[in-house]
Design a protein around this ligand. Sequence first.
Ligand code: ZN
Ligand code: ZN
Length: 261
Amino acid sequence: MFMLTVHEVAARYQCSTTLVVGLLAKIGFRNAKPDTRLSAVIVYRLDSEWGDKIRAKRPAAAPGFAGEADDASISARRDRQLKPHIMRIAHARITGGRDAMRNRVSMLLPDPGLVHAIDAAGTRDGDPWGGEVVPGAVHFFGGPMDSGPTAACGWMHMRAVLGEEFVPADDPARENQCPRCAAIAADGKGFRNPPDPYYRSFFCERYLRVRIDGVVTVKDCSLRDLHDGPHRARDGAEWEIGGDDYVPAPAEVGRHITKAS
Ligand SMILES: [Zn+2]
Ligand SMILES: [Zn+2]
């Protein structure tokens, strides 16, 4: 289940966590903290009651944009979209154990049964290795036993994904591969693009870089996922395709705006 924290929701609306906490209380969700995780139902209710009002209220002028210092977050976001998708080996069953510090940790089973194929790039956690094959690496999915993103075969929830690529074998059964995952991977199918709707963000994830008076600024669309009409940042700036059809925010009128590549 896709869960956003109060802090993340506030970031999407570009408002304070205090405001979100207050509005949550108004819809009956009390005692939220910045790191409280909100179900999609709560986020939906919050947005239907207050989303348009938050968006309509223009934020205080940003005190000096972060400008080029934002490059790290921009490239992180761009990476998330452009990362190559590869099929990785995934395990549906794992076990628990203790590490050297006696902490409980998730562990792979020596005999995990059939292994499955998964395109981690389209899952909520993303591809932990950015499309690189990293033998021996493993990433465990959080949440209860029967959760986790589904494999290419469609219904089984994966608990761990490996750094190795899933290469469909000629005889999948002999190689301990799920035959359906092997057939799908051999067909070049089973990729998650766009991400699995179950893991989709509630919000539109689109953003635009523009240069305003020489300073690069990132405009995040503040509307819902799969919304109608142009993307709209909270300050009122709109665009449909990109820099060419950018409509400045009211506060930007008269400023020198160019595309930021
Ligand atoms: Zn499978
Ligand atoms: Zn949008």
